[in-house]
Design a protein around this ligand. Structure first.
Ligand code: NDP
Length: 477
């Protein structure tokens, strides 16, 4: 017998993905650099389905039916190149290598090009959902050729998460690096969601004066409404957890320095290159960086500023409702920014990404899964060429209803000295987009003054320069 699919790299992700394929009735060839992992998988889970354990690369490739489908689930970066170089010479034209790791989309573009020249389809595939998702159904974001998706799509649909309406959470995002790009922005949005939730928590704690357990209850309530999402759900779990050793809230015994693995940072770096303002995502990445500067924070602790003074009980409840509005409005803005980045990447690289389809596959399996994504899908369904999510009538109306509370919450945060970079960046973005005039006109004047960079006029076509050092007359540039 031969395997319909093979998985090499059997750490947490690869192992669970292989089991997911097997549990769905596929025969799966499994391989890992260190053979003991392969053996352990078959020993522990062999009864779950049909596995073919391969010790060598040659045995692994020989076990696959043609055209071969070979999934790589190894550490992103050089290990991925090393594994590709190990297997590519053993493959034949028409075979497919699927990279399910967290690769940078630029690496995926390079690998796709190199392998295409050798007749091999390289399918850079974003996979979200962590360990549990890989096993029970992740959200899957494949790129690569249409032909490869025709062959792989049905299998990926089978192992993927299903949205509430039963739709599989997988779509062919577009050619070459489109899938890894979409996964990158997914992770950027995830950073922003987590930061906004963190700010909501801190406001409820410091301004409203609630305990972590009380805040967990508030999040549970929010989770029954429009904020219904995996991240809100697990936030309530984390906040209600009590440390066994000390009896204190778990959140109070964890060191407050957030770590990161890099996909959020990439989202911001690429946004800078594309000129897309993803200020909310950037603030989320910077907030994690700032939290990690322990010495700087220690040295700054004595700086002047207000100390939050908690509200009365009745005021606190009203404030919590306002925070929900602020969180929801800020969330709309971070998704607006993230989808703008996907649209810009799609434009730059000619991917033709369907933004509605992307929002649909994030409804299940992935970390940012949320009822909210149904709304985004509806917005793109209603108008595929939506210039921005904020142009959608429903979102615009919801923000209009939320904005007074959003501003109130930020005012309280500023007065009481509670840092809320995510909420603030989101509101600044919203107000900047609304503005009739921006100070960019002044910026252009300054640039023309010191660098003769020229400017455009509101009343005439062409580029102009003012003779700042001379008689200040205006010349056509
Ligand atoms: P790791 O990223 O920890 O990678 C470990 C695996 O890579 C092992 O199978 C290891 O083999 C193999 N490996 C490392 N270097 C080499 C090499 N030079 N040659 C051959 N094999 C090598 O595993 P994870 O399961 O956590 O993640 C796999 C991929 O999935 C990563 O790209 C990750 O970013 C991505 N991912 C992870 C998620 C998660 O929640 N963990 C979620 C979504 C994506 P050996 O056993 O021999 O050391």
């Amino acid at each position: 017998t031969s395997a319909q699919i093979g998985v090499t790299g059997l750490a947490v992700m690869g192992r669970n993905l292989a089991r997911n394929f097997a549990r769905n009735g596929y025969t799966v060839a499994v391989h890992n650099r260190t053979v003991s992992r392969t053996k352990a998988l078959v020993e522990e889970f062999g009864q779950e389905g049909d596995f073919i354990a391969a010790e060598t690369a040659e045995d692994f490739v020989a076990a696959l039916e043609r055209p071969r489908r070979l999934v790589i689930m190894v550490k992103a970066g050089e290990p991925t190149d090393a594994v590709i170089e190990e297997f590519a010479p053993l493959l034949e034209p028409g075979d497919m290598i699927i990279d399910g790791g967290n690769a940078h989309f630029a690496d995926t573009r390079r690998r796709e090009r190199e392998l295409r020249e050798r007749g091999i389809h390289f399918v850079g595939t974003g996979i979200s959902g962590g360990e549990e998702g890989a096993l029970h159904g992740p959200s899957i974001m494949p790129g690569g050729s249409k032909e490869s998706y025709a062959s792989l799509g049905p299998m990926l649909e089978k192992i993927s998460a299903k949205a509430a309406d039963g739709a599989p959470c997988v779509t062919h995002c577009g050619p070459d690096g489109a899938g890894h790009f979409v996964k990158m922005v997914h992770n950027g949005i995830e950073y922003a969601d987590m930061q906004l939730i963190g700010e909501a928590y801190q406001l409820l704690r410091d301004v409203a004066g609630y305990s972590p357990a009380q805040i967990a209850d508030i999040f549970r309530t929010w989770n029954t409404g429009r904020l219904d999402s995996y991240l809100i759900e697990i936030t309530a779990e984390v906040l209600s957890h009590v440390d066994a050793a000390t009896g204190k809230p778990f959140v109070d015994v964890v060191v407050d320095r957030a770590e990161q693995k890099g996909t959020g940072r990439w989202t911001v770096q690429i946004a800078l290159d594309l000129g897309v303002p993803v200020s909310g995502i950037a603030e989320a990445v910077f907030a994690r960086s700032l939290s990690g500067h322990a010495a700087l924070r220690e040295a700054s602790r004595g700086l002047a500023g207000p100390k939050p003074s908690p509200l009365s009980e009745s005021e606190a409840a009203a404030f919590a409702d306002r925070v929900e509005q602020a969180l929801y409005a800020s969330k709309i803005v971070s998704y607006t920014q993230g989808f703008h980045e996907i649209a810009a990447g799609s434009e730059e690289y000619g991917w033709d990404i369907d933004l509605g389809a992307v929002s649909a596959i994030w409804r299940g399996g992935c970390i940012i899964r949320a009822a909210f994504l149904d709304r985004i899908r509806a917005a793109y369904d209603a108008r595929a060429e939506l210039p921005s999510l904020l142009s959608d009538e429903t979102f615009a109306r919801e923000i209009a209803a939320a904005q007074d509370d959003w501003r109130e919450v930020l005012t309280a945060a500023v007065r009481q000295g509670v840092p809320t970079p995510g909420f603030a960046a989101a509101l600044a973005y919203y107000d900047a987009l609304r503005a009739e005039r921006l100070p960019a006109a002044l910026t252009q004047g300054q640039r023309d003054f010191f660098g003769a960079h020229t400017y455009r006029r509101v009343d005439r076509d062409g580029a102009f320069h003012t003779l700042w050092g001379g008689d200040r007359g205006e010349v056509s540039a």
